[in-house]
Design a protein around this ligand. Structure first.
Ligand SMILES: C[S@@+](CC[C@H](N)C(=O)[O-])C[C@H]1O[C@@H](n2cnc3c(N)ncnc32)[C@H](O)[C@@H]1O
Length: 354
């Protein structure tokens, strides 16, 4: 195991936190997402599409309404960012059968970084409508809708510490063959980026998703050029929050971040206000960031479940209701998970957000 860690560090003594996370999560030989199927009871965690297909139906209905708002284009691209085990895409394909016009207009692209997960998706999804894409720039025409569930939290972040006007950046290093973290004086260009986003108002830990912003730069450009929007659902916060939110999960439990490296997931909470600022400064708009509970209820999840459960037996009904409760109950996923939608300045589509 330690030999592999040596390889991650190679000859470098230390590396920035985001580069380290990129390697432990996605390195071709060592990375967590390259060797594990993390989803489900036998994996490390479950996501909303794994919990219930009704979650996916709500996104499908939202997408159909957006397509109508875009004046029913004959061709529309839908890009799922980080499709995981493919559950969402499969449910979307099924739901769209109820909307033949959208079904024939849509081209679905799956944007997946992990070779292992791409293989799993390809084993499960057989539809001429679906293509895998490794470069978002290849989408050249027709409006485009991006969607990512638990995509933003999976992107490596940088961490800084501010103490009395001194800014330090977190680095990972090897100490006696064990991973440790140290803070080094931050570079001026990094400090300027934090300043631009007004992240230096308070002391404490500052998290900055440089990788995420790079990925989303193409997303913003495509929306500006081709029209459309991007919807993200993730766990995170809207308040100012100068704390360390990096967390590691294994077997559905929190794991010490310095242990089980390459065998445990590492994520961070999403700073939704920061992403909102990011979209606003990149030529798009965000009207509001709402809770998953509000989004799903505005999309009619309760009514949908009542109709679906009419024909169900007692046990099946109980199972469905407990899954939906997990998605919308504020003490479960309802409040921690938030929804952000970004679009062009002249777009008046705001379903579920008003
Ligand atoms: C937490 S999982 C969520 C999976 C799925 N969306 C779900 O809700 O079940 C994160 C997904 O994003 C993918 N991913 C992370 N970073 C990525 C990147 N930069 N480009 C493409 N996919 C990425 C992961 O491999 C994985 O499929």
């Amino acid at each position: 195991m330690m030999k592999k860690i040596d390889k991650i560090f190679d000859k470098s003594k230390s590396m920035s936190l985001d580069l380290y996370l990129e390697k432990v999560l996605y390195d071709k030989n060592f990375g967590y997402y390259q060797k594990k199927n993390p989803f489900g009871i036998k994996g490390d965690y479950v996501t909303a599409p794994n919990i219930s297909r009704v979650f996916c139906e709500m996104i499908a209905v939202w997408l159909v309404s957006f397509w109508e708002n875009l004046k029913k284009p004959k061709n529309i691209n839908f890009v799922e960012l980080g499709p995981g085990n493919g559950d969402f895409c499969l449910a979307l394909l099924t739901s769209l059968k109820n909307f033949p016009e959208v079904s024939s207009a849509i081209n679905i692209f799956l944007y997946e970084k992990s070779d292992k997960l791409r293989k799993i998706q390809k084993k499960r999804i057989f539809s001429k409508k679906v293509k895998w894409i490794n470069d978002l720039k290849k989408i050249k025409k027709n409006p485009v809708v991006f969607f990512g569930n638990e995509f933003l939290d999976a992107l490596p972040i940088k961490q800084f510490r501010k103490i009395n006007n001194h800014i330090y950046e977190k680095y990972a290093c090897l100490k006696k063959n064990k991973v440790d973290f140290v803070f080094k004086k931050a570079l001026k260009k990094q400090i300027n980026k934090l300043k631009n986003y007004q992240l230096l108002k308070r002391d404490g830990i500052i998290e900055y998703p440089e990788y995420g912003f790079k990925e989303l730069n193409i997303v913003c450009n495509k929306i500006k050029k081709l029209n459309g929007g991007a919807l993200f659902i993730d766990y995170g916060y809207k308040t100012e929050n100068n704390i360390d939110t990096l967390q590691s999960i294994m077997n559905h439990r929190f794991n010490n971040i310095k242990k089980n490296i390459g065998n445990a997931d590492i994520t961070s909470l999403v700073n939704f206000n920061l992403y909102r600022k990011y979209f606003n400064t990149n030529g798009l708009i965000v009207e509001d960031v709402i809770n998953q509970s509000q989004f799903l209820q505005k999309m009619g999840i309760i009514e949908r479940v009542e109709i679906a459960s009419n024909k169900m037996g007692h046990k099946e009904k109980l199972d469905l209701y407990s899954r939906i409760q997990r998605l919308i109950d504020p003490s479960m996923m309802g409040r921690n998970f938030k929804v952000i939608f970004t679009k062009n300045k002249n777009c008046n589509f705001s379903l579920a957000f008003k």
